[in-house]
Design a binder for this molecule. Structure first.
Ligand SMILES: Cc1cc2nc3c(=O)[nH]c(=O)nc-3n(C[C@H](O)[C@H](O)[C@H](O)COP(=O)(O)OP(=O)(O)OC[C@H]3O[C@@H](n4cnc5c(N)ncnc54)[C@H](O)[C@@H]3O)c2cc1C
Length: 519
């Protein structure tokens, strides 16, 4: 398995659960590609109703139910308000029809069914919305998730079922026998060490990098992807002062945008433009940021958001299938495809975070056919990936875990943070602090993350660098006004204790993070 985003992690979990000997390699950190740069929604895809892809909406709605069940700490229901103003591209009438269809495609088993609201009810729900021109709206439900941690949890579940997972291990080339791909040459990106991994089936799940990896198999392989770029901006939630998730059409170009709550922050997203930069060198431009801020200001006039209010941004490439019909970026298909190259490598492209589990099952079905064809032996059974909880998701009611945290003196806000990040595994974090109570201290107050989490990240979540800890595991990079820079040294010290780093290495790792965060 090449690629440790949500797709690769999902395929590794499914394969390992079927008893296949599975190895997953990721060139950077798990989830460091597109899978930690999404809109963090596990959603049916209300927007896709407009493109008529009802099958995708049906499947995504079903997957939302599964993920809410197997990872209740990482995927949680979120109420949305969709206000409509006079002259909006989507009229109230059209929104009403869409809402019924959305509930229908969820088989009326969404968190709750939608409600259409009059102008007064919309303003009661969101008093800071622009009143002028408001005609009404709808409240509906979807789910929000911690995308980076969902990848980690999925990869860890794969490990639990016997998969070998290595981050910072990039594929440089493919091994071949009689023209068939039978393995890969890999390099440890931290030490420079090289090795060959042999495999009966190689799966390429490298998202926006897929076409690049396909050229290792066939230098002339025609590109499958036509990625589009999306950015998000993070601002203080109090500036917009909204209460729930807001979906709205941008008065600038009519595109559907949203403003989503994230603790005391909010993020606004997303753009959808042709990708002109390679996936490893993505940035956000002032134009992209201004477009999102102006759209939000038009709906929440008191916010008056400017560039100086932006706390953080992130950008990602949607690994979308190339479009033969010349459709615009927003209407390009979110479907996925599984193709096999001339050497037999299976490539999976497209799709979305929400549907990763279903996509992974299809990929492993294809891999099993290939294995049967090669060995002639029937293998493996179905993987019950929809039944077994992801690590930490074993219980939805976390009352006893909350009580225990408070009992041993963890601050209430840190307890809530731990339950949201780790679910039932919060107990393991408390235990880490059992021997050394200083580990229950916050790393960088007022952010609620505590020191014991750093040890957990190294021991159980494959963290190798300070960036892995502060960006994707603890999120201080996005959530702290100074991007977690003042915590770099302490995190490096704690990691150093686990990894036997000497003083020079600790200093170097801390500095590397500081340079990254300033950049
Ligand atoms: C702006 C934006 C918003 C989105 N919002 C949502 C949303 O709200 N909900 C939703 O369901 N979906 C959303 N998506 C879609 C979703 O994020 C992606 O479909 C999904 O994350 C793709 O995952 P992936 O594993 O295929 O790719 P990636 O996460 O990019 O993973 C591919 C991995 O392969 C690795 N790799 C590349 N080359 C090599 C190599 N040679 N050797 C080893 N490893 C390699 C990369 O480092 C990378 O980590 C959004 C996407 C974007 C861009």
């Amino acid at each position: 398995m090449i690629g440790g985003g949500i797709t690769g992690a999902g395929v590794a979990r499914d394969a390992a659960m079927r008893g296949l000997r599975t190895v997953l390699v990721e060139q950077n950190d798990l989830g460091s590609g597109t899978s930690s740069r999404s809109s963090r929604l596990v959603h049916g895809g209300l927007r896709y109703l407009e493109t008529g892809n009802l099958r995708l909406v049906l499947e995504a709605n079903q997957e939302r139910r599964v993920l809410l069940r197997i990872a209740p700490h990482l995927v949680w229901p979120l109420p949305f308000l969709f206000p409509v103003h006079r002259g909006d591209r989507v009229s109230l009438w059209r929104l009403g029809v869409g809402m019924w269809l959305y509930d229908l495609l969820a088989l009326f088993r969404n968190v709750r069914t939608h409600r259409m609201l009059g102008k007064r009810a919309v303003l009661e729900a969101e008093p800071m919305l622009r009143e002028r021109g408001l005609v009404g709206g709808a409240r509906f439900y979807d789910a929000q998730c911690d995308d980076a941690r969902l990848v980690l949890a999925t990869a860890r579940s794969a490990i639990h079922h016997g998969a070998l997972v290595a981050n910072y291990t990039g594929v440089l080339g493919l091994e071949r026998t009689a023209g068939r791909v039978v393995g890969a040459q890999v390099e440890d990106r931290l030490t420079g060490e090289r090795a060959v991994i042999r495999a009966n089936v190689v799966v390429n799940a490298t998202g926006p990098w897929s076409d690049r990896v396909r050229t290792l198999e066939d230098a002339g392989a025609a590109p499958l992807l036509q990625p589009t770029k999306g950015i998000h901006v993070v601002v203080e939630r109090s500036r917009i002062d909204h209460r729930e998730g807001i979906v709205f059409t941008s008065p600038i170009d009519g595109r559907v945008l949203f403003i989503l709550p994230w603790g005391n922050l909010s993020y606004i997203g997303t753009t959808d433009t042709e990708a002109t930069e390679p996936p490893d060198r993505l940035g956000t431009s002032a134009d992209e940021i201004v477009y999102l801020l102006r759209s939000a200001n038009a709906r929440f006039p008191n916010a008056r958001l400017g560039l100086e209010d932006v706390r953080a941004t992130w950008a990602g490439l949607r690994p979308l299938l190339a479009d033969r019909n010349g459709r615009t970026t927003s209407s390009r298909s979110r479907d996925h495809a599984i193709v096999q190259g001339s050497g037999g490598m299976i490539t999976v492209v497209g799709g979305k975070l929400t549907t990763y589990r279903a996509m992974a099952r299809e990929v492993v079905d294809r891999a099993m056919r290939e294995l049967r064809f090669r060995s002639g032996r029937p293998r493996g059974s179905e993987a019950r990936t929809d039944e077994e909880a992801l690590p930490g998701g074993e219980a939805a009611d976390l009352t006893t875990f909350r009580d225990r945290g408070l009992e041993i003196g963890v601050l209430p806000e840190s307890v809530e943070h731990l339950l949201r990040h780790y679910g039932t595994e919060a107990a393991g974090i408390y235990n880490l602090g059992g021997g050394d109570r200083r580990l229950l201290r916050r790393i960088l107050p007022p952010h609620p993350a505590i020191e014991a989490e750093v040890l957990h990240a190294v021991r159980r979540e494959l963290a190798q660098t300070v960036e892995d800890v502060l960006v994707r595991r603890l999120h201080l990079y996005y959530e702290h006004p100074e991007r977690g820079i003042p915590a770099a040294r302490r995190v490096a010290e704690l990691m150093g204790r686990e990894k036997a780093w000497d003083e020079a290495r600790i200093e170097q790792e801390a500095r590397r993070y500081e340079e990254f965060a300033r950049r």
